[in-house]
Write a new protein. Structure first.
Length: 364
């Protein structure tokens, strides 16, 4: 394995950064920074071996600034060991670090520190046998850190992706897509206002017409059948049928029905009787306050006649009367006060449904 391949494997294992190692341009040696060497001393080797550094009490200070051959010198030594997982010693190295005015220029103010750095870096690289591969520490010589002499190494060379022929050609900017003009809101036609006004007028006319119809109905009911067209009246004294009111007022039957409904909702008119015997009178009139015997006779006669025409026998009418009132006859129910217009209408509806069932259907 050559040094280039070795260094790249070491960079992956010890997680070197870009500034941790480089190649010296002049000598061609691979250079490690002091921080990179400390990383190697703290991380087990790829084989799992560990470096044991001397502690400060084990430093051997030969010189602490005494005068020497090259001036005032600092020399310190220590023993470094490489042990395996079982604590067996694989290699032992005694390393020395020295600092004097001849090998220092920038760091001359702190020679002790530089001497210790050199001792540690030489001991780590020596116990790993890297010094035999021309791998040096940056603290060995100040020229190793000269930026002009650095050939920066890449930790992981990333291959550049191949450029396709289509990507190589200059891309033309897309033409802007023309936007359609925004539609303008159409002006509000004046017809809407005129139509609204017409609707308001129509609604007002309709309301006025309805009030006029109710007034006519009230006038006819107040006059009574004796003072109007007697031939068109059905019922009693001061009550009129719907046809009679229509003929007396000249209104359509639909208009009369609508006016009567509104007047009954307002409590001005009361409805009496059922089906063709239905009549209308003013609320509070003598005939509408109580259910008179005369009223009962006429209403019951009309009801029985209608039911017999549908095919009901008198016995069936008696059964329905007993079912609704609890009495055997309508006269007994009336005398007991248990017969009303609503109950007579109920008897009529039950008889109508019975007749319809005989014909194969039920009338609701």
């Amino acid at each position: 394995m050559d040094n280039n391949t070795l260094f790249r494997e070491l960079a992956k294992h010890y997680k070197f950064t870009e500034g941790d190692w480089w190649q010296h341009r002049q000598s061609g040696n691979w250079i490690l920074s002091h921080s990179a060497v400390l990383k190697m001393s703290c991380v087990p080797t790829p084989e799992g071996n560990t470096i044991v550094l001397p502690n400060m009490g084990e430093y051997n200070w030969l010189k602490k600034g005494e005068e020497g051959v090259f001036g005032r010198e600092v020399v310190v030594g220590g023993t470094f060991r490489l042990i395996d997982k079982d604590r067996n010693v694989i290699r032992t190295v005694v390393a020395w670090g020295e600092a004097n005015p001849q090998n220092l220029s920038k760091s001359v103010s702190y020679p002790n520190i530089m001497a210790v750095k050199r001792m540690i870096d030489r001991g780590v690289l020596g116990v790993l046998a890297f010094n035999q591969l021309n791998i040096c520490s940056a603290v060995e010589a100040e020229t190793f850190s000269d930026p002009k002499q650095k050939v920066q190494a890449q930790v992981q060379a990333q291959p550049k992706p191949a450029v396709t022929q289509q990507e190589a050609q200059p891309q033309k900017a897309p033409r802007p897509v023309p936007q359609p003009p925004k539609p303008k809101a159409p002006p509000m036609p004046r017809v809407v206002q005129a139509e609204k006004k017409t609707l308001e007028v129509s609604a007002a006319d309709e309301t006025a017409g309805a009030d006029s119809n109710k007034k006519k109905v009230l006038e006819v009911l107040a006059a009574g059948p004796e003072d109007v067209f007697r031939d068109y009246t059905r019922g009693h004294a001061d009550k009129l049928s719907r046809n009679g009111i229509s003929n007396c007022t000249g209104l359509e039957r639909s208009d009369v029905a609508k006016a009567l409904k509104e007047l009954m909702d307002e409590g001005l008119v009361i409805k009496d009787g059922i089906r063709r015997g239905t009549t209308y009178g003013l609320a509070g009139s003598a005939s509408t306050i109580s259910f008179t015997h005369e009223h009962f006779n006429d209403l019951w006669r009309d009801t029985v006649n209608s039911l017999t025409r549908m095919g009901l026998e008198y016995t069936r009418v008696g059964q329905l009367t007993r079912e609704v009132t609890g009495h055997d006859t309508a006269v007994a129910a009336f005398n007991a006060g248990d017969l009303s217009v609503d109950k007579i209408e109920r008897i009529y509806l039950l008889g109508q449904n019975w007749a319809a069932s005989k014909l194969g259907g039920v009338q609701v």
